[in-house]
Design a protein around this ligand. Structure first.
Ligand SMILES: [Zn+2]
Ligand SMILES: [Zn+2]
Length: 390
């Protein structure tokens, strides 16, 4: 029996062996190599309905499948089905529609084929793939120019998270010197991301307006944006809870000021509400897991200087992670991130991360630096408490 393209089907035993072998390979690795090994044998005389479908219709179906896929393995399964689906599944249109879930590569599973898969999707115009690969290259692999170029491509296409990440890079001068910081460009990118409803960008811009950081100071507008960020957060939490059929479980009655525990986070503490924490973006989760595994690998042979999440790179410089545990960004040069001015022990890539972490955990952990000094050096009242910046 032959497919429309003329390739022979394998017999049953070969099919099992071939599928078992190929399932371990990446989509990009199998592209163009399939020899119809995964297709079930059809009884003689029955028509092959797939062969009767025109290519453009099959392509449309595959694109919708890619858009609804929940894991990279869904796309891989298509490629393993038969030669025709392998060829059509390698079309730009399919990779461009790949869903965020199918692009959520785990740090533990990072490999050259995984990178090629993301690159293939990015080349096909998939903005989420551009963003994920851009963040991984910029912050984890140290490819600043390549990562920034991918982030810029996603930002030009209107990817809100990419616009916000570029804003953080501009605010910090990441990948360059301190003099490379461009506060006005950062604020402009942040405003663009905020206009698209990005919560962190709304929060960041709100603090910038309140402090006059990169923009003309406007406390009232800043406050309005912070309220808008909270409202947007509430909307997202409600929609996420509704999708889980758990609206009734929302802890709206949580008391104000109670630090999150048991899965709750007082993101709306200004209003006395406590919301379940949203899942971090796949790129942030990747960076968190990536640096956690690196720190664990180095823990045996290398000790941190102050035990505050400091990680060392190859040339010995101390580069710190953002203290907001769901961020995952790491400094690209020493002392790049802003520090908590009260305790000096927490470091943040942005004001949004600082504000979030303050409500989430740091409010209970922050100990004024003067207490340490007074305890250590018995000085008589010459140390002034610094004010916490938010
Ligand atoms: Zn951060
Ligand atoms: Zn602090």
């Amino acid at each position: 029996m032959r497919t429309r393209s003329g390739s022979r089907y394998s017999n049953g035993g070969e099919v099992v062996a071939l599928v078992g072998q190929k399932r371990k390979r990446s989509p990009s690795a199998v592209a163009g190599e399939c020899d119809c090994g995964g297709r079930r044998k059809r009884p003689a005389g029955e028509p092959d309905y797939l062969d009767a479908l025109p290519d453009d219709l099959v392509l449309s179906i595959l694109s919708k499948l890619a858009a609804a896929s929940s894991a990279p393995s869904d796309l891989l399964s298509v490629h393993l089905t038969c030669k025709r689906l392998n060829e059509l599944g390698s079309h730009d249109m399919v990779f461009a529609k790949a869903s965020p879930a199918s692009l959520a590569v785990k740090a533990a599973a990072w490999s050259e084929p995984a990178q090629r898969f993301l690159k293939r999707c990015a080349d096909a115009g998939n903005l989420e793939a551009c963003y994920n690969l851009g963040m991984i290259r910029f912050y984890c692999l140290g490819s600043r120019s390549g990562g920034a170029a991918l982030l810029a491509r996603a930002a030009v296409g209107g990817h809100a998270a990419a616009l916000y990440s570029l804003a953080v890079i501009q605010f910090n001068g990441s990948g360059g010197a301190k003099s490379d910081r461009d506060l006005r460009a950062g604020a402009a990118l942040c405003a663009r991301a905020a206009s698209l409803g990005h919560v962190d960008a709304l929060r960041e811009l709100g603090h910038c307006l309140q402090d006059g950081y990169g923009v003309r100071r406007d406390p009232a507008e800043g406050r309005r944006l912070l309220v808008a960020a909270n409202a947007r957060e509430l909307t997202l939490a409600l929609s996420a809870a509704a999708s889980r059929h758990a609206v009734a479980a929302l802890p709206f009655a949580a008391a104000a000021g109670v630090v999150g525990g048991g899965g709750g986070c007082p993101l709306l503490s200004d209003f006395g509400w406590s919301l379940p924490e949203a899942e971090p973006h796949a790129a942030n989760q990747f960076m968190v897991d990536w640096w956690a595994s690196r720190c664990a690998a180095q823990a045996g042979g290398k000790k941190d200087g102050d035990g505050s999440g400091v990680d060392g790179d190859g040339d010995g410089a101390e580069l710190r992670l953002c203290s907001h545990v769901r961020c995952g960004r790491r400094e690209t040069r020493r002392h790049e991130f802003r520090r908590c001015s009260v305790c000096g022990a927490a470091n943040y890539c942005s004001r949004a991360c600082q504000a979030l972490d303050w409500k989430r955990a740091h409010k209970a952990q922050c100990v004024p630096m003067d207490r340490w000094l007074l305890a250590g050096v018995a000085v008589g009242g010459g140390v002034e408490a610094q004010q916490h910046q938010q």
